[in-house]
Design a protein around this ligand. Structure first.
Ligand SMILES: [Mg+2]
Length: 425
């Protein structure tokens, strides 16, 4: 039986999320900016048509934006993550085998599903559109690499109606499509290897498909050999349906404005350690150390520069926000030097283990552990249902003028009671 792997990819995901609650933005040029309103990270089709490229600094675009009436949003990751979860859990209903590949992409194994796969994929699209409001494209093929490519074609060629099933096309039709696509579009072909491939006379996807896998393995690595095999329909990559627990949890961010004050850094570090502890508890893990780092802005070469980090070991593995923040603050005070304009701080948890494998020690205080566990679970439950940050450590402070700049952020429509979308009376 031919493998049928679908790649479902949300169109212009962040922009589409913004439009879910602002249908008036349909058909208008919209962009979403990265943290601190730095660069363009998501563009609506209208903006792509204007020729605005990805990742350009926003301040360079202000003129163009004004001329064309481009509407800009600060990134609202709370909203995007929540809508992503909704999309992914709906997709899970369409296949016994799902790999969530990124915030807006998921592989689904459709092998053995007896329906016509093009129609099946159209049903997927309608369901996501109706239940979440996000437009998606679907590519289907016999390998993951081909499914990625099929998705690319579904996006770019309107004649496919947003679904492209390579398994339903003839070899001749496929080769015609492949001849027209740059080899750079192939999943796993980086810019550097694309240049080398060009040097070998390989320019289109068809060229790569017809290249000798063995020769590419000799010249590059087993990765390129695998790509050629996958392009020829030989599946080498399996669906990875188990999301491994994170072995590293990092929370760091650049500040909206530089600060040289220790209290500002303390608030930031408590806020990041709090987020990190939440992530740790979400995956039912413990950490036995927390690293803190601070740095000035390396792009301001004239200013005095300083960066330092320190790893603070904990007496025993924990997921208690209070213990992690306490250690992080100790670390911060150890590395902080006055007289520098700091741009960024961060924390990283280390020695992460599953909570179920907590080592028992002679000095274990079972009562204290149970109390901590209950408190943290209660904290998480309240913050989940009432909105994040409803209960927090005082150390996070109430004045967050150091925090990220998000001048154009939309509301957190789906996760904060106070920001729910309201019907006009
Ligand atoms: Mg996408």
């Amino acid at each position: 039986m031919t493998r049928a792997i679908a790649l479902v990819d949300c169109n212009n995901f962040f922009v589409s999320c913004e439009r879910v609650f602002r249908p008036d933005l349909e058909g208008k040029p919209v962009v979403v900016l990265s943290n601190n309103d730095g660069c363009v990270v998501s563009r609506s089709q209208e903006v792509k048509n204007l020729g605005m490229k990805m990742a350009v600094p926003w301040y360079q675009m202000r003129d163009m934006a004004r001329r064309h009436g481009i509407i800009a949003f600060s990134s609202n990751y709370t909203l995007y993550a929540d809508l992503s979860n909704r999309v992914m859990s709906l997709l899970a209903q369409f296949s016994p085998d799902q790999e969530v590949y990124s915030i807006d992409e998921s592989f689904l194994d459709l092998t053995g599903i007896p329906d016509n796969h093009t129609q099946y994929a159209q049903r997927i699209r309608e369901t996501i559109r109706r239940c979440v409001g996000i437009p998606v494209c679907v590519g289907i093929a016999s390998s993951k690499t081909l499914a990625k490519l099929a998705n690319h074609i579904a996006k770019k060629n309107p004649r496919f109606g947003s679904v492209c099933d390579f398994n339903a096309l003839s070899e001749k039709e496929l080769n015609e499509l492949f001849a027209a696509i740059d080899v750079r579009e192939v999943w796993g072909v980086g810019r550097r290897s694309a240049d080398s491939l060009n040097g070998m006379g390989i320019h289109s996807v068809l060229d790569l498909k017809r290249a000798s896998a063995k020769r590419l393995r000799e010249k590059f690595s087993v990765v390129q050999e695998r790509i050629v095999n996958e392009l020829n329909g030989v599946a080498c990559l399996e669906l990875d349906d188990v999301v491994p627990d994170k072995q590293q949890i990092i929370c760091s961010r650049s500040f909206g404005a530089l600060t040289s004050l220790l209290p500002d850094l303390e608030q930031a570090v408590v806020a990041y350690a709090t987020r990190a502890a939440e992530k740790l508890r979400q995956q039912h893990s413990l950490a036995d150390g927390i690293q803190v780092y601070i740095r000035t802005n390396p792009h301001k070469g004239r200013d005095p520069q300083y960066q330092q980090s320190v790893l603070m070991p904990l007496p025993e593995p924990t997921d208690d926000t209070r213990l992690l923040c306490h250690a992080a603050l100790h670390g911060l005070r150890r590395i902080y030097r006055a007289g520098y304009a700091y741009q960024k701080a961060g924390v990283m948890l280390s020695g992460i283990i599953p909570a179920s494998t907590r080592p028992r020690t002679l000095f274990d205080n079972a009562v204290a552990q149970e109390k901590s566990h209950t408190l943290m679970r209660t904290l998480d439950r309240i913050n989940r249902s009432m909105g994040s940050g409803t209960i927090k450590l005082l150390g996070e402070g109430t004045d967050t003028s150091w925090a990220m700049r998000r001048d154009h952020r939309s509301k957190r429509y789906t996760t904060e009671w106070s920001e729910l979308a309201l019907c006009p009376a």
